[in-house]
Ligand binder design. Structure first.
Ligand SMILES: Cc1cc2nc3c(=O)[nH]c(=O)nc-3n(C[C@H](O)[C@H](O)[C@H](O)COP(=O)(O)OP(=O)(O)OC[C@H]3O[C@@H](n4cnc5c(N)ncnc54)[C@H](O)[C@@H]3O)c2cc1C
Length: 485
């Protein structure tokens, strides 16, 4: 008889980031006895996330196949966490000095539009990015210039309205045309943390152990013994199955089990700024550039209240010298330099945070001149992320199974969590620990019904606890029914 018949299958999940928390939600809903170990004081408190990569158009260098995967997975993530999405488009510009052209994106954009149509045909509820014909729109210079004098002009269509602040603010002499508007939305990490915490709290069969670090694992026959530490106390318990969702420290758990694995780990940061702009509804702005050069991609991500999160893919802004490291034959855990570990576990030096944040403001103001008056608003958002294998450009990755009764989560983008959770569900069915009908079961409907105000209140608490402005707990376009129609 399968263990699922009496729900006694015990699952240990190590790491309560978006991967571990989302799989806890899926397996908890299926009735398994889940324990989620997280060494921080709250869930989804690791590296930041601000883009829902619904098509991967920020990354020119990745394959069309990865873009299609990211589109499909992002639609699923949006349906799982609809209250954590900022429903605003992204505008991509190719700077004048860049080798590329916007038209290089057209084949991929057309493929993505067709894929989106096909996903809607399969399930009409997949229509969460607006109408397929609006998935992207090209803006030639004349069309942009015609928007410069428009204010809150209700005669403009919903896409052109998003373009007004772009037309008014960016230096049109520094970019090539057309600009590309694409329906890639924002992802709010504080709201994801709040949503998944509130949802897990309703499941009696899920035990969340925060401030608890898994420190040892041993195997005997079909059972794992997991040792953990909470403050000065130690404990241990037995489990049928282990899910390693330890983020950039996944290799530490692999090492405990003597499992070999190639992976990369990268330390990166984004900067929180405030700007007194008269314009209040912004799309995300992306200025392409070659990663790691002084002309690396620049990203301008809006939040309410005049807050903007900035990335600049140069070594003096988002990227760090020797910030990308790889595993070795001796250890599956890539070793980040101690100065980056200290940033993660302790804090940034004040001067360092100000210097990099100011560099980000200066960098973005090359394209948005008035943004030079932007100010540093808080400490940066930062952390390390893992990439399985050796290809630093890989963006769509999920989970691997190297040892029996052991899953290793290795998402690169948040959007891959349902692909990952499904693969784990399949494995549990194979092991007779879950009933076959459990596969493909989604929490979409329950999550949509969650109370928006409670999520906002909890997200504000997380912002305060973590030292960020409470405005980051909010979204600019908050009602899912405000979706472009
Ligand atoms: C600057 C930056 C910007 C990013 N922007 C985006 C974006 O816009 N969109 C996007 O999709 N992705 C983005 N990412 C990537 C994204 O942050 C990661 O892919 C995602 O956080 C990975 O989630 P995870 O749950 O696998 O890992 P994590 O979020 O790192 O969670 C792992 C958890 O495991 C815990 N843990 C580790 N070891 C133990 C242990 N022994 N015992 C108990 N707990 C343990 C950790 O405390 C941590 O909370 C960005 C990353 C960075 C660095």
């Amino acid at each position: 008889m399968s263990k699922s018949a009496n729900n006694t299958t015990k699952i240990a999940i190590i790491g309560g980031g978006i991967a571990g928390s989302s799989v806890a939600l899926q397996l908890g809903r299926l009735g398994l006895d889940v324990t989620l170990f997280e060494k921080s004081s709250s869930l989804v408190d690791g590296p930041p996330m601000c883009h829902l990569h619904a098509g991967g158009n920020l990354y020119r260098e990745i394959s069309e196949a990865q873009c299609v995967t990211l589109l499909k997975e992002s639609i699923e993530l949006l349906r799982l966490y609809p209250h954590a999405i900022d429903y605003r488009p992204t505008v991509i510009a190719v700077p004048l000095q860049d080798q590329g052209e916007a038209e290089h994106l057209y084949p991929r954009l057309n493929t993505l539009r067709l894929e989106y149509e096909a996903l809607i045909k399969k399930d009409p509820l997949n229509q969460v990015l607006g109408q397929p014909q609006d998935y992207f729109r090209l803006y030639e210079r004349a069309r942009i210039e015609a928007l410069i004098d428009k204010d809150d002009d209700q005669t403009l269509d919903h896409l052109d309205r998003w373009m007004v602040p772009v037309a008014k603010s960016i230096d049109l002499n520094k970019v090539k045309f057309p600009l590309v508007m694409v329906q890639e939305y924002g992802l709010n990490m504080f709201r994801i943390a709040a949503t998944v915490t509130l949802a897990l709290n309703t499941l009696k069969n899920v035990s969340i152990k925060c401030n608890t670090r898994v420190s040892s694992i041993t195997k005997s026959e079909n059972c794992w013994r997991v040792g953990y530490e909470k403050s000065t106390l130690e404990g241990n318990d037995s489990f049928d199955y282990i899910i390693n969702a330890a983020g950039f420290q996944t290799g530490e758990i692999d090492d405990l089990l003597s499992l070999k694995r190639e992976r990369l780990v990268e330390f990166k940061a984004a900067y929180v700024t405030r700007w007194k702009t008269a314009l209040n509804q912004w799309p995300e702005l992306v200025f392409y550039g070659e990663r790691g050069t002084p002309q690396g991609m620049a990203q301008f991500t809006p939040y309410p209240g005049g807050y903007f999160q900035l990335h600049g893919m140069t070594n003096s802004i988002t990227l760090f010298e020797d910030g990308l490291v790889k595993s070795s034959a001796l250890s599956a855990q890539p070793k980040l330099d101690q100065k980056y570990i200290e940033k993660i576990t302790k804090s940034w030096k004040f001067t360092d945070a100000i210097r990099r944040s100011q560099s980000a403001i200066d960098y973005l103001s090359n394209f948005i001149p008035e943004f030079i008056s932007g100010q540093v608003a808080s400490k940066p958002l930062y952390g390390a992320q893992q990439i399985p294998g050796e290809d630093a450009t890989l963006r769509a990755a999920a989970v691997s199974f190297d040892s029996e009764r052991y899953a290793r989560c290795e998402i690169v983008k948040a959007s891959s969590v349902l692909t990952m959770a499904d693969a784990i569900t399949k494995e549990l069915i194979k092991l007779n620990l879950l009933e076959p009908h459990s596969y493909g079961n989604r929490a979409f409907y329950e999550m949509k019904k969650m109370d928006e105000n409670k999520i906002t209140a909890q997200a504000e608490i997380f912002c305060k606890q973590r030292g960020y402005p409470t405005a980051l707990a909010h979204r600019m376009v908050s009602n899912p029914n405000d979706l472009p129609s």
